[in-house]
Write a new protein. Structure first.
Length: 477
């Protein structure tokens, strides 16, 4: 483990808490290697690298190690969009048809901002790893497809949105996207490690990507994906912690876009139902107590999260987390929130902190220790039966995603014991049993759920399928 590098010293207790969280993260999720930086204002207050760039080689990641950042690439695109707005070129409230002509008539009236906020309902061209090789292929896939939902009704992450706004950006600027970002951000800031395009296992300064386990239990490896240039507004950037630190400094100092322009656009649009959307002009957006958080993640592995006091936005902290993958999926947004919370308490919700802590406790000490923590939290929050049931159900699915269905069964069985009259708890346990290969046990609990909620068509369809599956298995014995 590299010693933390700081420009502004943190209290020893805060630094110890950050290191403890990262130690626990490494124990639970076992990324092969990672890099993390935390900036308070424009000052680096914490940096750490741990693990390996590649299994079989002794090199630990450092500040210049290249990581694939996947959809975190969108951050540079979103800055380019706001730079265009400041130049008076792009009007985010104008219809996309003002800037992009060769699109279906039903798309033309969609506001640019609605596209950026993933509220357009447009069909999706991108289905990883099936990325159309050319722009024409991408448009062929969606041009005549139906809307996924009426525009403005919900936030639904969609790469077609960013593709169209990229076309608008290129049209108003008269420049290609890679030139816009390459000149106005990468070259301007001297980001020497940042490059679009594929990297191979021969690139010595790059990590290898690790994605889960094969049937023998060995880590699966892959080279960096090489995305076609037309999708670079969404994915394709490879960069380093050092470059992301420099980019963040420039962002928060107002050197890329005026700080007020950012604040004006770090607000979500209002959906048709009167509720705020999940994005703020394309930035992932959450509000927790006195804090607003914006940023973007990518690939289920990396994240840049910028949090500020909503009423006094000059008080802010940014967490940059990068890793090269490992055997388990992780909640990198929750980790980033927990780390930021050590610097400025209140950024993370109590539930985020609880789940981050109890996941590590479950991994180290088992279900009984985690159960005690859940019960303690439920008592402190004075949760009623419905609230406690929902808490346990959420934690069960948290374990499901990290450790698999066998781990989730501990939680779901406890929920069934405590709330036997709930259709949902039987449904959740049945799902975990089915995923574990216990079709008979799953059928039993799906039938319990159906008895409690006989109008649930989804459960009825699952039961019918399981009955056929079990009968077919018996006939083959």
């Amino acid at each position: 483990m590299a010693a933390p590098a700081t420009e502004t010293a943190l209290p020893a207790a805060t630094e110890a808490a950050l290191n403890a969280r990262l130690d626990a993260m490494m124990e639970v999720y076992s990324p092969v290697g990672y890099s993390v930086a935390i900036l308070r204002g424009d000052q680096l207050v914490f940096e750490r690298h741990d693990g390996l760039e590649r299994i079989g080689r002794p090199d630990m990641p450092d500040e210049h190690t290249l990581y694939a950042v996947f959809s975190m690439s969108k951050l540079l695109f979103l800055v380019a969009v706001l730079q265009s707005v400041e130049r008076g070129e792009l009007d985010l409230d104008a219809p996309i048809g003002r800037y992009v002509a060769d699109i279906p008539e039903t798309w033309q009236a969609l506001p640019v901002r609605q596209l950026l906020e993933h509220a357009s309902g447009l069909p999706e061209y991108y289905s990883h790893p099936d990325v159309p090789p050319t722009f024409d292929d991408a448009m062929e896939r969606v041009r005549d497809a139906a809307f996924l939902n009426p525009p403005g009704t919900l936030s639904r992450y969609n790469q077609t949105n960013f593709l169209l706004v990229k076309l608008a950006l290129e049209a108003v600027s008269g420049r290609g996207y890679d030139d816009l970002v390459g000149t106005d951000q990468i070259v301007r800031l001297g980001l020497e490690d940042s490059v679009y395009g594929g990297l191979t296992l021969a690139d010595q300064d790059a990590v290898i990507l690790y994605r889960g386990l094969d049937e023998t239990g060995a880590l699966l490896t892959s080279e960096f994906p090489d995305y076609p240039a037309y999708v670079h507004s969404s994915v394709g950037l490879n960069t380093s912690l050092a470059d992301l630190e420099s980019w963040t400094r420039a962002l928060v100092r107002g050197e890329l876009v005026a700080r007020q322009t950012l604040l004006d656009n770090w607000l979500p649009m209002t959906l048709n139902n009167g509720r705020p959307g999940a994005y703020a002009t394309g930035w992932e957006y959450t509000q927790q107590g006195a804090f607003t958080t914006v940023g973007h993640g990518g690939g289920g592995r990396v994240n840049l999260m910028h949090s500020f006091r909503t009423e006094t936005p000059d008080e802010h902290v940014t967490v940059i987390y990068l890793d090269n993958g490992g055997p388990r999926e992780m909640s990198h947004r929750r980790l980033a929130a927990a780390l930021a919370n050590e610097i400025m308490p209140g950024i993370a919700s109590p539930l985020q902190i609880l789940f981050e802590d109890l996941t590590a406790i479950y991994h180290a000490k088992g279900w009984s220790a985690a159960l005690a923590g859940l019960d303690r939290y439920a008592g402190e929050q004075a949760l009623d039966a419905a609230g406690a049931e929902a808490l346990f159900n959420s934690f069960g699915y948290n374990l499901f995603g990290i450790f698999g269905p066998d781990a989730a069964q501990h939680v779901f069985r406890t929920n069934v014991e405590r709330h036997p009259g709930s259709a949902n708890v039987h449904d959740s346990l049945a799902e975990a049993l089915r995923a574990s290969g216990d079709a008979t046990g799953a059928l039993e609990h799906y039938r319990h759920a159906q008895t409690i909620d006989p109008e649930n068509a989804r459960v009825a369809a699952i039961i019918a399928g399981l009955e056929v599956e079990i009968a077919a298995g018996l006939s083959q014995e």
